[in-house]
Design a protein around this ligand. Structure first.
Ligand SMILES: Cc1ncc(COP(=O)(O)O)c(C=O)c1O
Length: 359
């Protein structure tokens, strides 16, 4: 019998708190497609101000936030975007920028710290003199934190350098900031400064911030006007979204201060996993709320079997390969959940080692 649940698959799994549910129940709402939902307006104004941009727009998901942003920056078909080969936009968003927008992706290798070498980005920018043959580079995308690289933070200095490069070549800079607040908290910098060089940022409300649904994109007034049209074209214009924005507003107030604790617990989890014989993790790479750990001998400890054993104890994890597992912390994971997880992992590993030994 499962006695408790510790869901570490993602920070998207959080349930709305009582305060969020109460705010949703009493939210003042109107039709947002007609532009008059006061609760959406309050949330958008607040986030635009926090992010240091002129305007903001609520969208249903991070995927749609990125898609709208890329399509607005790359209005002409045959545009090209430079982005990381390990980026969420490139890997996990169904190739939407090409299938829906006719935008060509040009990938640059992501380093283990989530950056791309700036000289490689510059080398990937197409020479406008070759426009008879080449697509036209119009946009560079960064991801902060970089999820597939382990939730690594991209610094102000690096972002400013890429922003300066984009300006020099007449390009735009978009940041997939699904977890930008995690980055700002871990780097101890104001979030508006971190994204100062960006023309647009997509921020997920339903990840580290813990809201049930939604993302926000921010940028100039002109960018958001175009984004609103694109959102409608993609079917993302929704009516009484104040019920969702009310919960997100509570998340913004309640959960940003908790991110530091998520990061502390992620480090504690990484340190604890490192103590377990048969597991390996470079704890110095754990900067925010994500922990990726490796199985040293995957022939003895099968990722699938380990996850199955842990599931029987109510612990849910995300296998990412035959030898590694991803864990993501969020505000509904406590210190005691971490201790419980570590002791169950320890027992699971011992069980699998004993089974392999007795074969
Ligand atoms: C870095 C990053 N960007 C974008 C997204 C897309 O967000 P959504 O699942 O809301 O579409 C995710 C989702 O996990 C993500 O991790």
């Amino acid at each position: 019998m499962v006695i408790r649940t510790v869901d570490l698959r993602s920070d998207t799994v959080t349930k709305p708190t009582d305060a969020m549910r109460a705010a949703m129940a009493s939210a003042e709402v109107e039709d947002d497609v007609l532009g008059s939902d006061p609760t959406a307006f309050r949330l958008e104004s607040e986030i635009a101000m926090i992010m240091g941009k002129e305007a903001a727009l609520f969208v249903p998901s991070g995927t749609m936030g990125n898609l709208i942003s890329v399509l607005v920056h790359c209005e002409t078909r045959g545009s090209e975007v430079i982005l990381g080969d390990n980026s969420h936009i490139h890997i996990y968003e169904n190739g939407g920028i090409s299938t829906l927008g006719g935008v060509h992706p040009r990938t640059v290798k992501n380093n283990p710290d989530g950056t791309m070498d700036v000289d490689l980005i510059e080398a990937a920018i197409r020479d406008p003199d070759g426009e008879l043959f080449y697509p036209t580079t119009r946009l560079i995308c960064l991801e902060n934190t970089q999820a597939n690289c382990g939730g690594r933070c991209i610094s102000i200095e690096y972002t400013d350098r890429v922003g300066a490069l984009a300006k020099k070549h007449g390009l735009k800079l978009h940041i997939d900031g699904a977890r930008i607040f995690n980055a700002a908290v871990a780097l101890k910098v104001p979030v508006h400064r971190l994204v100062q060089a960006a023309d647009s940022v997509s921020v997920c409300l339903s990840k580290g911030l813990g809201a049930p649904v939604g993302s926000i994109i921010v940028g100039s007034k002109g960018f958001i006007t175009k984004a609103k049209r694109m959102r409608k074209a993609l079917g993302g214009g929704m009516r009484q979204i104040g019920v969702l924005c009310a919960a997100a507003y509570v998340a913004l107030q309640e959960n940003i201060p908790k991110l530091q604790e998520d990061h502390r617990r992620a480090k504690a989890l990484a340190d604890g996993l490192n103590q377990i014989q048969g597991l390996k993790i470079d704890a110095s790479t754990v900067e925010t709320n994500m922990v990726f750990f490796d199985i040293v001998d995957a022939s003895t400890i099968s990722v699938v079997k380990l996850c199955k054993i842990l599931e029987q104890h109510g612990i849910l994890m995300m296998p990412v390969s035959s030898s590694s597992i991803r864990l993501v912390l969020h505000h509904q994971i406590s210190d005691s959940d971490i201790q419980y997880t570590l002791s169950c992992v320890q027992r699971g590993v011992l069980q699998l080692q004993a089974e392999a030994y007795n074969k």
